[in-house]
Ligand binder design. Structure first.
Ligand SMILES: Cc1cc2nc3c(=O)[nH]c(=O)nc-3n(C[C@H](O)[C@H](O)[C@H](O)COP(=O)(O)OP(=O)(O)OC[C@H]3O[C@@H](n4cnc5c(N)ncnc54)[C@H](O)[C@@H]3O)c2cc1C
Length: 402
């Protein structure tokens, strides 16, 4: 059913969402209709619209994919944020799938209300593309887990309430089989966070040193030594949102989000629409974006089945190419002016940021080369990459013995 159907023809669910939004959201001002005494996103959570596919027990409505899309359409129609967390929230979806009830009660609602944030404590010096080589250790001391190790490139660590951490719990098993996955409270002694400065001028990611960090038993996600399975689900959500182009613009940028019309009108202003080679490049990147939107929609359907799919790798790889290509095209449109930067040169600053930041999608969440490996092995059926240390005890591998 179309979202613009007249009120008397629309299905009951659409009518319910529409009625709720009419009462609570001022579409023309794009803000809550009144002061409800709680934040907008908490209001959305309490009404069951933040994650409508989830079970009612955890703040959802148990809706099918088709019905949940109706809810999302209505929120999008009036520009209201807060819906769709059941498809896009990396930590919350991982927690819902693998977390203990204790931990879900503690964190799930606050996560989807965006009252707290998380960070991903996966990469280490020596374990990036080869994540199964992590050497951060978690040992059980009879009362709780004790974590010791060094993580790197951790986005958002300074503000995060929890970190999703991959650590080794059995050194005698092969590298993928001795890992466990923890939800680590970040505001505690023993965690030392050092910001890393990026070429964009941002400082989103950090080094994180963990020294005898304490984690309760209820914060283990999934089974002991089965952390790799949990990680794959978390990575699937992460690759999907990167495939959608998250974070392509500088936070707080005064410019509206880029869209097709922007690129075309920029090209027209630069007098480049008459250039047939340029026009072909522009058409190609716009077509990639459109195709990728369809691919992301397919990938989202697969996420409901709790598995990591090569579709997420394809979307992420495509978005990486799109962002680099758009930055190149925009630089060409500005010509020599693209060498300028800083506040008085807003257009150039924006394009420069895009060019430098496109690497976020080609490296973060697994590099382009790793996505190609996944597609090669899982879609094209090419032989698996050789891994000499895949089946031996991790303590005998070169990651440990050097
Ligand atoms: C913006 C940004 C944000 C990030 N945020 C986080 C975060 O929040 N949490 C976190 O844990 N990590 C984060 N990362 C880290 C990111 O996941 C790693 O940088 C990435 O997985 C690559 O690991 P590496 O840097 O160790 O490079 P390496 O693994 O050392 O790779 C170096 C090069 O070798 C290539 N290569 C390696 N192995 C293979 C192979 N088998 N086949 C073909 N080529 C290969 C790689 O593609 C790459 O070009 C972030 C990175 C960026 C850029």
């Amino acid at each position: 059913m179309q979202s613009n159907d007249s009120d008397d023809a629309i299905d009951p669910l659409r009518a319910e969402v529409r009625g709720w939004l009419d009462e609570h959201w001022d579409a023309s001002a794009r803000k809550p209709a009144h002061d409800f005494g709680i934040g907008w996103r908490r209001l959305v959570v309490d009404a069951g619209w933040a994650a409508p596919r989830w079970p009612e027990q955890w703040g959802g409505r148990g809706l099918s994919d088709d019905d949940a899309l109706v809810v999302e359409e209505e929120f999008n129609r009036v520009g209201a944020p807060g819906c769709g967390q059941d498809r896009s929230h990396v930590s919350a979806n991982t927690l819902l799938t693998f977390g203990t009830d204790t931990l879900k009660h503690e964190a799930l609602f606050r996560l989807i209300a965006e009252e707290i944030t998380t960070c991903l404590l996966y990469s280490e010096p020596g374990a990036g593309s080869d994540l199964a080589a992590v050497r951060t250790r978690a040992d059980w001391n009879g009362e709780h887990w004790v974590i010791k190790g060094h993580k790197i490139w951790t986005s958002g660590a300074r503000t995060a309430e929890y970190g999703l951490l991959l650590a080794r719990t059995d050194w005698d098993r092969p590298k993928h089989k001795g890992l466990s996955f923890f939800f680590v409270p970040m505001k505690q002694p023993g965690i030392d966070i050092k910001p890393i400065h990026q070429i964009t001028g941002d400082s989103h990611f950090n080094e994180v040193f963990l020294d005898d960090v304490v984690v309760p038993a209820s914060n283990l996600l999934g089974e002991l030594n089965e952390g790799w399975k949990v990680l794959l689900v978390g990575l699937a959500y992460e690759r999907l949102i990167m495939g959608e182009g998250i974070g392509e613009r500088k936070q707080g940028s005064s410019k509206d989000d880029h869209n097709r019309a922007d690129l075309i009108s920029m090209a027209r202003d630069a007098g480049l629409l008459k250039d047939s080679v340029f026009r072909r490049d522009l058409a190609q990147v716009l077509a990639y974006r459109q195709l990728n939107e369809l691919n992301v929609a397919r990938a989202k359907m697969e996420l409901g089945r709790d598995k990591s799919s090569p579709l997420m790798s394809m979307s992420k790889l495509a978005m990486s190419r799109i962002l680099h290509e758009e930055a190149r095209i925009m630089t060409k449109m500005l010509g020599a002016a693209s060498l300028l930067d800083g506040e008085p040169h807003e257009a150039a600053a924006d394009v420069n940021y895009r060019a430098a930041n496109a690497y976020m999608t080609s490296i973060g969440g697994g590099t382009d080369q790793i996505q190609r490996n996944i597609i090669g092995e899982q879609v094209l059926g090419l032989p698996r990459e050789q891994e000499a240390d895949r089946h031996i005890p991790f303590r005998d591998s070169r990651s440990v013995t050097g």
